[in-house]
Design a protein around this ligand. Structure first.
Ligand code: ADP
Length: 337
């Protein structure tokens, strides 16, 4: 008597895209259960870590191999996935125009370069700019079931922004609860392999920040400020908000710190120097790093070429900040999300 199971053999003949082994050997599924009465098979497929494309491919392959085999009429496939514990990092600032979005985009790109699977959420719902910074304008996220599928970028960082969901130039005039729902859709999207989600918040301390803190429980927050005192006073308010909600502040980033002359390379300090570092000391929070005010940074950002993706010196401050963030994350115990 032979134990040969033609259905199991058919599934084993399909390669798991992650391990290259057959679907059963790789642990994706067990041999199918066959209902003799209606000649249907049931397959429970573990799709953890697979892209939507791979899942669809496997589903097609299973149907293709099984239907018709020994008179089988239909296959029911149930997909399961481990819920990934993903860490959510908020990037905030007290006021607009300090380069928060620029820092969020570039730190995401730098994290990816350092080997972290990271996604980027543009929660600056009233003034989304990440699609331009990451050169993904005009791309539309697809949806699978109730979930959005993030848009791919050229930098290996999947992202979602309100800009992907509305027509270019269309005003977004939502009231608090709608904006909160939109944020939920972006954060609860199908982020696949991403271990870390960077969330670029709107400036200030409004509804979106509260919604993020209350509903999505960030693991930590990065605050971006310019060296000007005013920006720092605003930054202090943003820090207070996270402190009150017991969201740990990972550190302060000083942006536009020291103007680098494009002609001679000389560094001057139009907004004063060291303000953010001194403030972070006074506030007892870490200083994550300083990014110079440089025309090249603005030009590259506007053109959808994040400086952190380049090979030159402009990438370095972002790589340093990303390294600091990784160190902080590695020092945290159990991931929360
Ligand atoms: P925010 O998100 O805080 O409103 P943005 O990231 O949109 O700020 O930056 C505002 C403007 O400043 C953009 O034009 C951006 O290119 C520019 N910018 C940001 N950081 C720098 C920098 N370090 N050097 C030069 N320009 C910068």
């Amino acid at each position: 008597m032979s134990n040969f199971d033609p259905f199991a053999a058919a599934l084993e003949a399909i390669a798991d895209p992650a391990s290259g082994k057959g679907l059963i050997a790789s642990g994706r599924c067990a041999p199918p259960r066959i209902n003799q009465a209606d000649r249907t098979a049931s397959v429970i497929l573990d799709v953890t870590g697979l892209s939507a494309e791979d899942r669809a491919g496997i589903e097609r392959a299973i149907r293709g191999k099984l239907i018709g085999l020994e008179g089988l009429r239909d296959v029911r496939i149930a997909m399961t996935a481990e819920r990934k514990s993903r860490r959510l990092i908020a990037v905030g600032s007290g006021k607009g125009g300090v380069g928060k979005s620029t820092v969020a985009a570039n730190v995401a790109v730098a994290l990816k370069r350092l080997g972290v699977n990271v996604g980027l959420v543009d929660a600056d719902i009233y003034g989304p700019s990440q699609a331009r910074l990451m050169a993904s304008e005009g791309r539309r996220p697809e949806a699978e079931g109730q979930k959005l599928l993030p848009v791919a970028t050229d930098f290996g960082v999947p992202m979602l922004s309100m800009a992907h969901l509305v027509k270019p130039g269309q005003a977004i005039a939502w009231r608090g609860p709608m904006a909160g729902n939109a944020l939920g859709q972006l954060i609860d999207a199908d982020w696949g392999e991403a271990d870390v989600l960077l969330v670029d918040l709107p400036p200030g301390t409004g509804d979106i920040q509260l919604s993020l803190i209350q509903k999505h429980k960030p693991t930590g927050a990065i605050i971006v400020s310019t060296p000007q005192d005013l920006a720092l006073i605003d930054a202090t308010r943003a820090i207070d908000l996270f402190n009150q909600a017991t969201v740990p502040i990972i550190g302060l980033v000083e942006n536009m710190a020291g103007y680098v002359c494009p002609h001679c390379g000389e560094i001057s300090d139009p907004f004063g120097a060291g303000g953010a570092e001194a403030a972070s000391r006074a506030l007892g929070i870490s200083f994550l790093g300083r990014i110079p005010l440089e025309i090249a940074i603005r030009k590259a950002s506007d053109a959808g070429r994040p400086p952190a993706a380049g090979g030159d010196a402009h990438a370095q401050p972002f790589l340093d900040i990303a390294g600091g963030l990784m160190g902080w994350l590695n020092g945290r115990a159990a991931p929360t999300f």
